[in-house]
Each structure stands twice: as C-alpha cells, then as structure tokens.
Design a protein around this ligand. Structure first.
Ligand code: SF4
Length: 586
C-alpha cells in the first residue's frame, strides 16, 4: 500500500476507561485488503472465545477499504461483532456517509471495546475522540430524533456520519439495528443491541483529507470508466428508477414472494404494493450513499391529516425497498400501501431490523391462528393477517417486553418457537430470519450456508431464477456455485463495494483499481484471498459453537410450492455435507 495512506491506522476506543489510541497496521491491509478481510482478523484477535455478546469484551469493529473515497460505489462500511442474535458471527454492511467519514477521519478501522457505566456517545473528529454524556438521549426511542439532536451539537456537517440506535437497541432486542443518515442501516444480526449493551447511543465521525494515488493519469482514466459503467448500466438504472421494489411484481408472478408466513408464495394483492405503485403515488425523494452516482434509496412521502384543524397535514418521509415490502407487506398479508408505510415507520424509528421483525410477527400470527398462543400471551392484541394497527402495537410490545411471550419475540423466531412450539413454520435459517425469496433451493440453501445467513452472502435467489428454472443441477453443483459466489463477495466486501455494483467491479477491474492505490494483486490472487477470508469467517462461527451438523431448514419451505420445486430435505442435507467437505471441516 502507499506509504502516506492513513488507511493502515486502526483507532482503538475503550469505553470502560474512556481511552483511545491509534496503531499503524499496514500488514493487515496488505494481506487482507480491508473491510471484511481485515475485520475478521481483528474479531479473532479482540473477541475472547465464548464471550457473551453483551459482555464488554465483545468488540465492535468498523472497517472500510483502500478504494473508499477514491472510486464510486466503494461506499459501504463493514461492522463485525459477535452476534447476540445467532451467537456467532455478526457482520453487517451499511452505506450512507459512514465509509467516507471513517476514511476521511484518517482510519481504515475503528475498534470499540469495553462498556460505559453511563449512557454515552462518541464524537470522532480526525485524530480526536470525545466521550460525550448521552444521559438525555438515553430513553429516546426514535433514532431519527437522536440524529437530529446530535447534528445540532457536532461539527462536520455534510461530511459526517451519525450512527445511532433507537429504543430496540437500548432494550437489547437481539435483532436491533444501527441507523445512519440517509435511511441506511447496519440492519442484520443485532449490532444495535451490542451498542445498547455498551450504553453506546451513537457514534459520530467526521474528517477531511486528500487521499494518495500511485498514478494520477491511470486513476482518472479508470475512475471515468467505472463512473460511466455505473451511470449507463441498465441494472443501475433499474435501481435508480424504482429501486429494489421493482422486484415485487416479477417475483410474485414467478410464485416466489413469501406471503402470510410462507403459507403461499403468491400474494393476491402484490399489485397494491409494487415498486410502480410506490413510485407513482408516494415517492418523495431519492437519495444516494456518499460517492454513489446511482441513488437507489427511495423515500415515500406519507401525508396524513394532523389534529382537528382543516388543511393541517403531517408529512412523514419513510424509506421502502423490496425487503421491507416483503417482510411487513406480503409476509403479514398487508395490502394497504399506507398501512404498510405506517408500520414501516414504527419499525424504522425504533431501530429494529425490518426483515426479522416481519418474520417474527408472521410466525406469531400463525401461532395465534393455530391456537399455539392466545390473547393471554399477546396481551389482548389480535394478530390477524393484514391488521397493521395490531402489528404496530405488537412492535411496541416487542421493544418493551412486558411479558415472557414478547421477551421471546424480542430474541427472534427460533427462540419463540423453542418456547411455544411451531418450529415447522418458524422461518429461521441458522438463527436468522428468512429474506424475501422463495424461489427454490438456491435461495434457501444460500441463506442456510451463508456465513451471515443473509441473502446477500451468495445471492442464491438469483441462481434459482437464472439457472434452475431451465436446468436441473445436483446438490453438489449448487453448493459449489454458492460457495464460489460467496468467496468472490469477500473481495467485494473487503473493498466495501456495494453489491449492487458487482457486475461493474469484475476481477480485472478490481485488480486495476487496487494498482492505483498501491496494491498489486492479479485476479487469481484475489480469488485465493476471498477463499481465505471466507474460511476465517467460518472458523469464527465454529469457534463460537456453530455447526453445519445441526443446521436444518424449516419444514415450511418444502411444503409451499416454489418456482423450482424439485428439492427436498435430502437435497439440502447433501449440499451441506459438500460444504463441510469443501471447508475442510470434517
Ligand atoms: S447503489 Fe444504493 S445502496 Fe449502493 S451505494 Fe448506491 S445508493 Fe448506496
């Protein structure tokens, strides 16, 4: 790497002692690139084996990469921690201004250790770290209000990131998220709860500097090529125009849109929640993460009467995407677009992961319908498909946890099913709630074996749609395809490139971009590094008790027809056995 690049600076912060220090670690980046690659090394090093996810010893690691700030779409930050939700690897990616702010403050990684005795927020301004009292912010449920207050008191307007938690993180809901500006989130696996356990309400980061490149001419030429690909690509146009919500109708048409806790995969009211409907009737603005020319973030403007006065209205700005529409729309049988937006707003402001919340509520609804639980457990709330008012009340209860039932729901669907029954329809994969794809074995196996149990680990849903619809493949072939994809994605997430730009950042382009910043790796070297990073992540999972031997898929996915239905439990188990052999875990 280039000598004068501040990327190799690692900022350590100890919340227990109110101390911070900086260490230079160029070898870490030279070997593992940045982002995921560097973060997993630091997680192994800083997280003691078997530590409780809520113990002060559980570190929070934020990592960016060498391309951050220099190339468009290298705009994500990787967060790593031990997950309170699955009990093993916690990894979550977020855009907004988070990555640029960390890089501009002069760091490649920030490691937060320890735990504060009283509520606190961190203000990181270049080389300085301030430990601010957050007593007046603690108890504030709405994470957007928290952001608004902090921005009045901290410098760096326009450059800074403000990562913060809402009520869910404070109350240690194991799938609480961390929200940044521009409606982006470290959504999955409970980073918000780890913040809460450390009494850390927010982290503000800002800075300003120039970044070095090896050859300015080469840099400019490559920059222009990548930029042009981004603004002329039809895939990117799709993300800009309708956003991921464009997928609602095609997936429904295909029969892959999970509906009413996956009782079916076709939603009769999908046309009322389509990307087209939201764009035509509600789209208030589009936003982009820093240094992204695409702008895929879609925000709805919901206007409602305010008070009794005539002509008085409250306008709420609410983000929407495919996954929230699935989780809080079709999965809960909600066909009213405004009802969906109102529920979405409640989940968003309190800082819950939207996918886990939707799946948890869907399980609870089916459990109530089947008589496994009653209004005694729900405290009088009648959970019924489509009843968004009841769901809004249930969201409040999940955060407040007034009884054992809501305490269980606050720990996810697997926990709830282990206490109350209904495991066959508890849509949990490796302890994480399912994403919105019932396209076939690729989607489900991908989430099951993915190191984060996320659809973004290896995009199995896209294999289903592109290959399996026309061709039959064996469980081994499918597992190999998923592993290959996930290994390459380790390179993208180590360079913190938005996965939406994965077709632009092909191996030869990545290799050229790395040369500009002083890293000499050929595509074949990158493939090897990706494989190593993936193995390291699995090593951490297994170290913390994860086992492929006990991994299983919920029965419901085999019962509900999907577009590719020629798979059964044996197919999934055979594929898992192959993964085990490939990862040398036997
Ligand atoms: S495509 Fe969307 S998610 Fe990706 S960097 Fe751009 S705005 Fe952010």
């Amino acid at each position: 790497m280039l000598e004068n690049d501040t990327l190799s600076s690692v900022l350590y912060i100890d919340l227990s002692k109110n101390e911070f220090w900086i260490e230079k670690k160029p070898e870490l980046f030279e070997k593992h690139l940045g982002g995921t690659g560097v973060a997993i090394q630091l997680l192994h090093e800083n997280c003691p084996k078997g530590c409780n996810a809520f113990a002060p010893e559980n570190p929070i690691i934020f990592a960016v990469g060498p391309l951050t700030g220099l190339f468009p779409l290298a705009s994500k930050t990787v967060a790593m921690f031990k997950s309170p939700h699955t009990g093993n690897l916690g990894e979550s990616h977020c855009g907004g201004r988070s990555a640029i702010a960390i890089r501009m403050a002069g760091y490649g990684v920030i490691v937060i250790k320890g735990s504060s005795a009283t509520p606190i927020y961190l203000s990181i301004q270049d080389k300085k770290v301030f430990f601010r009292d957050a007593s007046t912010l603690w108890g504030m449920e709405n994470c957007f209000t928290v952001g608004r207050i902090i921005r009045e008191n901290e410098p760096g307007s326009g450059l800074r990131t403000i990562m913060r938690i809402g009520g869910a993180g404070e109350k240690l809901v194991s799938y609480a998220c961390v929200t940044t500006e521009t409606y982006r989130h470290f959504g999955r696996l409970g980073l918000g709860a780890v913040f809460g356990s450390k009494k850390l309400k927010a982290v503000v980061i800002s800075g300003k500097r120039s970044l070095p490149v090896r050859d300015m001419n080469q840099y400019r030429k490559l920059y222009d090529d990548i930029y042009q690909s981004a603004v002329t690509s039809s895939v990117m146009k799709k993300y800009h125009d309708l956003g991921t919500a464009e997928n609602v109708l095609p997936l429904n048409e295909l029969g892959g849109l999970p509906t009413r806790n996956l009782e079916t995969a076709k939603f009769e009211s999908a046309s009322k929640l389509s990307g087209e409907v939201f764009a035509e009737q509600y789209l208030g603005r589009r936003l982009a993460c820093s240094h992204c020319p695409v702008g895929c973030i879609h925000i709805a403007a919901l206007r409602e009467p305010y008070g009794d006065e005539p002509y008085f209205y409250k306008t709420s700005m609410i983000s929407y995407d495919y996954e929230p529409i699935y989780a809080l729309g079709s999965m809960l049988g909600i066909s009213d677009a405004e009802g969906f937006l109102k529920l979405m707003e409640q989940v968003e402001i309190r800082g819950l992961d939207v996918m886990s919340t939707g799946v948890v509520l869907a399980w609870a609804t089916e459990a109530q319908k089947r008589g496994i639980i009653s209004e005694k457990e729900t405290m009088g709330i009648n959970l019924r498909w489509g009843n968004y008012n009841a769901y809004m009340e249930a969201v409040r209860c999940i955060i407040e946890q007034p009884n054992e039932f809501y305490k269980a729901l606050a720990h996810g669907v697997e926990q709830a099913a282990s206490q109350y029954g209904g495991a066959d329809f508890a849509l949990s994969f490796g302890g994480n709630e399912m994403p919105g794809y019932h396209t076939g074995p690729g989607a489900h196996l991908g989430v099951l074996i993915g190191s984060r149990h996320s659809h973004l680990d290896n995009a199995g849903y896209s294999i289903d749609q592109k290959i399996l619809l026309t061709k039959q493949i064996s469980s081994e072939e499918l597992a190999k395809m998923l592993l290959d994809e996930e290994r390459w994605r380790q390179i993208l997430s180590s360079l913190v490139i938005c996965f939406f730009a994965r077709s632009i950042f092909a191996p030869d382009i990545v290799s050229k971009a790395l040369q500009v910043v002083g890293f000499d790796f050929q595509p074949e070297d990158l493939h090897k590094i990706g494989e190593e990073i993936h193995r390291e992540k699995y090593k951490f999972k297994i170290r913390e008790g994860f086992s492929l031997d006990t991994l299983h898929a919920p029965k419901r996915i085999f019962e509900t027809p999907s577009p590719v239905s020629n798979f059964d439990e044996k197919f999934i188990l055979d594929a898992i056995a192959y993964v085990k052999k490939e990862l040398l875990l036997e």
